[in-house]
Design a protein around this ligand. Structure first.
Ligand SMILES: [Fe+2]
Ligand SMILES: [Fe+2]
Length: 261
Protein backbone atom coordinates (compact mmCIF):
# COMPACT_ATOMS: atom_id res chain seq x y z
CA UNK A 1 0.00 0.00 0.00
CA UNK A 2 1.44 3.37 -0.94
CA UNK A 3 1.18 6.46 1.23
CA UNK A 4 -1.62 8.70 0.09
CA UNK A 5 -0.14 11.71 -1.74
CA UNK A 6 -2.55 14.07 0.05
CA UNK A 7 -1.07 12.97 3.38
CA UNK A 8 2.41 13.55 1.99
CA UNK A 9 1.48 17.10 0.88
CA UNK A 10 -0.09 17.77 4.27
CA UNK A 11 3.09 16.62 6.03
CA UNK A 12 5.17 18.79 3.65
CA UNK A 13 3.17 21.82 4.77
CA UNK A 14 3.94 21.02 8.43
CA UNK A 15 7.68 20.40 8.41
CA UNK A 16 8.83 24.02 8.74
CA UNK A 17 6.30 24.71 11.50
CA UNK A 18 7.32 21.64 13.47
CA UNK A 19 10.93 22.80 13.14
CA UNK A 20 9.90 26.20 14.50
CA UNK A 21 8.36 24.64 17.62
CA UNK A 22 11.58 22.65 18.09
CA UNK A 23 13.59 25.88 17.84
CA UNK A 24 11.62 27.40 20.73
CA UNK A 25 12.49 24.57 23.14
CA UNK A 26 16.10 24.37 21.92
CA UNK A 27 16.56 28.12 22.37
CA UNK A 28 15.16 27.98 25.88
CA UNK A 29 17.59 25.39 27.28
CA UNK A 30 20.57 27.77 26.90
CA UNK A 31 18.73 31.08 26.97
CA UNK A 32 19.90 33.92 29.27
CA UNK A 33 16.25 34.36 30.37
CA UNK A 34 16.24 30.86 31.88
CA UNK A 35 16.05 30.71 35.71
CA UNK A 36 14.81 28.22 38.32
CA UNK A 37 11.61 30.29 38.31
CA UNK A 38 11.05 29.92 34.54
CA UNK A 39 11.83 26.20 34.86
CA UNK A 40 9.17 25.84 37.57
CA UNK A 41 6.71 27.72 35.40
CA UNK A 42 7.12 25.70 32.20
CA UNK A 43 7.03 22.45 34.15
CA UNK A 44 3.82 23.50 35.90
CA UNK A 45 2.33 24.36 32.52
CA UNK A 46 3.45 21.05 31.04
CA UNK A 47 1.89 19.21 34.00
CA UNK A 48 -1.33 21.09 33.21
CA UNK A 49 -1.17 20.03 29.55
CA UNK A 50 -0.55 16.37 30.36
CA UNK A 51 -3.13 16.11 33.14
CA UNK A 52 -5.91 18.51 32.14
CA UNK A 53 -5.58 18.70 28.34
CA UNK A 54 -4.28 15.10 28.02
CA UNK A 55 -5.62 12.72 30.68
CA UNK A 56 -8.86 14.40 31.74
CA UNK A 57 -10.74 14.29 28.38
CA UNK A 58 -10.06 10.53 28.20
CA UNK A 59 -11.29 10.11 31.77
CA UNK A 60 -14.52 11.96 30.88
CA UNK A 61 -14.90 9.96 27.68
CA UNK A 62 -14.49 6.68 29.59
CA UNK A 63 -17.10 7.73 32.14
CA UNK A 64 -19.56 8.91 29.46
CA UNK A 65 -19.19 5.75 27.36
CA UNK A 66 -19.03 3.22 30.17
CA UNK A 67 -22.68 2.15 29.96
CA UNK A 68 -22.34 1.51 26.22
CA UNK A 69 -19.55 -1.09 26.53
CA UNK A 70 -20.78 -4.22 24.72
CA UNK A 71 -19.35 -5.82 21.53
CA UNK A 72 -15.75 -6.13 20.29
CA UNK A 73 -15.60 -2.66 18.69
CA UNK A 74 -16.76 -0.82 21.79
CA UNK A 75 -14.43 -2.88 23.97
CA UNK A 76 -11.37 -2.10 21.87
CA UNK A 77 -12.32 1.56 21.57
CA UNK A 78 -12.71 1.73 25.35
CA UNK A 79 -9.38 0.03 25.91
CA UNK A 80 -7.63 2.39 23.49
CA UNK A 81 -9.01 5.38 25.36
CA UNK A 82 -8.00 4.15 28.82
CA UNK A 83 -4.54 3.36 27.45
CA UNK A 84 -4.28 7.04 26.44
CA UNK A 85 -5.50 8.04 29.90
CA UNK A 86 -2.81 5.92 31.54
CA UNK A 87 -0.06 7.23 29.27
CA UNK A 88 -1.00 10.89 29.74
CA UNK A 89 -1.07 10.33 33.49
CA UNK A 90 2.44 8.82 33.35
CA UNK A 91 3.61 11.91 31.41
CA UNK A 92 2.10 14.16 34.07
CA UNK A 93 3.88 12.11 36.74
CA UNK A 94 7.25 12.42 34.94
CA UNK A 95 7.12 16.22 34.77
CA UNK A 96 5.69 16.43 38.33
CA UNK A 97 8.78 14.59 39.60
CA UNK A 98 11.11 17.11 37.93
CA UNK A 99 8.98 19.93 39.35
CA UNK A 100 9.23 18.45 42.85
CA UNK A 101 13.02 18.25 42.58
CA UNK A 102 13.00 22.01 41.96
CA UNK A 103 10.11 23.21 44.05
CA UNK A 104 9.33 20.73 46.82
CA UNK A 105 5.65 19.94 46.55
CA UNK A 106 3.30 19.90 43.60
CA UNK A 107 -0.08 21.65 43.71
CA UNK A 108 -3.10 19.35 43.66
CA UNK A 109 -5.03 18.91 40.41
CA UNK A 110 -7.67 21.47 41.36
CA UNK A 111 -5.03 24.14 42.04
CA UNK A 112 -3.17 23.18 38.85
CA UNK A 113 -6.22 24.30 36.88
CA UNK A 114 -5.38 27.91 37.78
CA UNK A 115 -1.64 27.72 38.32
CA UNK A 116 -0.81 25.78 35.16
CA UNK A 117 -3.08 27.57 32.68
CA UNK A 118 -1.68 30.28 30.40
CA UNK A 119 -3.45 32.54 27.90
CA UNK A 120 -1.64 31.36 24.75
CA UNK A 121 -2.57 27.75 25.54
CA UNK A 122 -6.17 28.75 26.22
CA UNK A 123 -6.18 30.45 22.83
CA UNK A 124 -4.91 27.29 21.13
CA UNK A 125 -7.75 25.30 22.70
CA UNK A 126 -10.22 28.01 21.67
CA UNK A 127 -8.90 27.97 18.09
CA UNK A 128 -9.33 24.18 17.95
CA UNK A 129 -12.85 24.45 19.39
CA UNK A 130 -13.68 27.05 16.75
CA UNK A 131 -12.33 24.80 13.98
CA UNK A 132 -14.49 21.94 15.29
CA UNK A 133 -17.53 24.21 15.40
CA UNK A 134 -16.99 25.72 11.95
CA UNK A 135 -15.71 22.65 10.12
CA UNK A 136 -17.06 19.64 12.08
CA UNK A 137 -15.14 16.41 11.45
CA UNK A 138 -12.47 18.25 9.46
CA UNK A 139 -11.75 20.46 12.49
CA UNK A 140 -11.38 17.39 14.70
CA UNK A 141 -9.00 15.79 12.18
CA UNK A 142 -6.88 18.94 12.18
CA UNK A 143 -6.74 18.84 15.99
CA UNK A 144 -5.72 15.17 16.11
CA UNK A 145 -3.10 15.77 13.48
CA UNK A 146 -1.51 18.73 15.29
CA UNK A 147 -1.61 17.21 18.77
CA UNK A 148 1.86 16.92 20.22
CA UNK A 149 3.43 19.04 17.42
CA UNK A 150 5.55 16.15 16.12
CA UNK A 151 6.78 15.65 19.71
CA UNK A 152 9.45 18.33 19.26
CA UNK A 153 9.44 19.43 22.91
CA UNK A 154 10.27 15.86 23.89
CA UNK A 155 12.86 15.21 21.18
CA UNK A 156 14.62 18.49 22.06
CA UNK A 157 14.38 17.64 25.78
CA UNK A 158 15.94 14.23 25.18
CA UNK A 159 19.01 15.95 23.74
CA UNK A 160 19.82 17.19 27.29
CA UNK A 161 20.61 13.61 28.38
CA UNK A 162 24.36 14.18 28.76
CA UNK A 163 23.85 17.08 31.19
CA UNK A 164 23.85 16.96 34.99
CA UNK A 165 21.12 17.95 37.42
CA UNK A 166 17.71 19.17 36.36
CA UNK A 167 18.53 18.99 32.63
CA UNK A 168 19.29 15.29 32.93
CA UNK A 169 15.96 14.83 34.73
CA UNK A 170 14.14 16.74 31.98
CA UNK A 171 15.79 14.48 29.39
CA UNK A 172 14.61 11.35 31.21
CA UNK A 173 11.04 12.65 31.57
CA UNK A 174 10.97 13.58 27.87
CA UNK A 175 12.25 10.15 26.82
CA UNK A 176 9.33 8.49 28.63
CA UNK A 177 6.85 10.72 26.82
CA UNK A 178 8.40 10.69 23.35
CA UNK A 179 7.39 7.20 22.20
CA UNK A 180 3.82 7.53 23.46
CA UNK A 181 3.30 10.91 21.85
CA UNK A 182 4.69 9.70 18.55
CA UNK A 183 2.01 7.00 18.82
CA UNK A 184 -0.70 9.57 19.57
CA UNK A 185 0.30 11.53 16.49
CA UNK A 186 0.17 8.33 14.42
CA UNK A 187 -3.33 7.73 15.76
CA UNK A 188 -4.27 11.12 14.29
CA UNK A 189 -2.71 10.14 10.95
CA UNK A 190 -4.39 6.72 11.02
CA UNK A 191 -7.79 8.35 11.54
CA UNK A 192 -6.95 10.53 8.56
CA UNK A 193 -5.89 7.51 6.52
CA UNK A 194 -9.30 5.88 7.16
CA UNK A 195 -10.96 8.94 5.68
CA UNK A 196 -8.62 9.37 2.76
CA UNK A 197 -11.06 8.21 0.12
CA UNK A 198 -13.83 10.33 1.57
CA UNK A 199 -12.16 13.74 1.37
CA UNK A 200 -12.54 15.96 -1.69
CA UNK A 201 -9.63 18.06 -2.89
CA UNK A 202 -11.35 21.16 -1.48
CA UNK A 203 -11.52 19.41 1.91
CA UNK A 204 -7.82 18.48 1.75
CA UNK A 205 -7.02 22.12 1.04
CA UNK A 206 -9.22 23.24 3.93
CA UNK A 207 -7.64 20.67 6.25
CA UNK A 208 -4.17 21.95 5.32
CA UNK A 209 -5.30 25.48 6.12
CA UNK A 210 -6.63 24.49 9.58
CA UNK A 211 -3.53 22.44 10.38
CA UNK A 212 -1.24 25.36 9.47
CA UNK A 213 -3.23 27.77 11.63
CA UNK A 214 -3.07 25.42 14.62
CA UNK A 215 0.65 24.66 14.20
CA UNK A 216 1.44 28.33 13.79
CA UNK A 217 -0.36 29.09 17.04
CA UNK A 218 1.42 26.20 18.77
CA UNK A 219 4.72 28.09 18.23
CA UNK A 220 3.34 31.10 20.12
CA UNK A 221 1.89 28.82 22.82
CA UNK A 222 5.26 27.09 23.30
CA UNK A 223 7.26 30.33 23.34
CA UNK A 224 4.95 31.73 26.05
CA UNK A 225 5.18 28.48 28.02
CA UNK A 226 8.96 29.00 28.21
CA UNK A 227 8.73 32.71 29.13
CA UNK A 228 9.46 33.88 25.55
CA UNK A 229 13.04 32.81 24.83
CA UNK A 230 12.56 33.58 21.11
CA UNK A 231 12.43 37.32 20.34
CA UNK A 232 9.32 38.71 18.58
CA UNK A 233 11.00 39.27 15.16
CA UNK A 234 12.39 35.78 15.02
CA UNK A 235 9.09 34.36 16.26
CA UNK A 236 7.22 35.98 13.37
CA UNK A 237 9.86 34.76 10.92
CA UNK A 238 9.71 31.14 12.06
CA UNK A 239 5.90 31.21 12.04
CA UNK A 240 6.25 32.24 8.40
CA UNK A 241 8.52 29.36 7.46
CA UNK A 242 12.06 30.60 8.19
CA UNK A 243 13.18 27.25 9.65
CA UNK A 244 14.73 24.46 7.65
CA UNK A 245 12.07 21.74 7.37
CA UNK A 246 12.29 19.01 9.96
CA UNK A 247 12.07 15.77 8.03
CA UNK A 248 9.19 13.53 8.95
CA UNK A 249 10.13 9.95 9.86
CA UNK A 250 8.11 8.09 7.23
CA UNK A 251 9.90 4.81 7.97
CA UNK A 252 8.80 4.91 11.57
CA UNK A 253 5.27 6.07 10.80
CA UNK A 254 4.45 4.02 7.70
CA UNK A 255 7.29 1.50 7.38
CA UNK A 256 8.15 3.04 4.00
CA UNK A 257 9.08 6.31 2.34
CA UNK A 258 6.72 7.99 -0.13
CA UNK A 259 7.43 7.80 -3.83
CA UNK A 260 7.40 11.37 -5.06
CA UNK A 261 6.27 12.12 -8.57
FE1 LIG B 1 1.21 13.57 26.90
FE1 LIG C 1 -0.76 12.72 23.92
Amino acid sequence: MTINPNIVSLIDRCERLWAAEAEVARTYWDSPIRTVETDRLWLLRQMYKELLDGALPSLHWARDNFDGIAGPDSRSEFLEEIDVLREEFIHYKGFAEVFEALAGTTPDAAALRDLGAWPENDRLQALRAQHRRDHGALGLRAQRFTEGGYCTLYSEGMKLAAREGVDGMIARACAVVFNDEFGHMLRGIAHLDDAVGGLSSAEWAQLGELVEQQLSHRIVMRNAQFSNPVAPDRLTAIQNGACEPLSFDYQRAFGQTPSRA
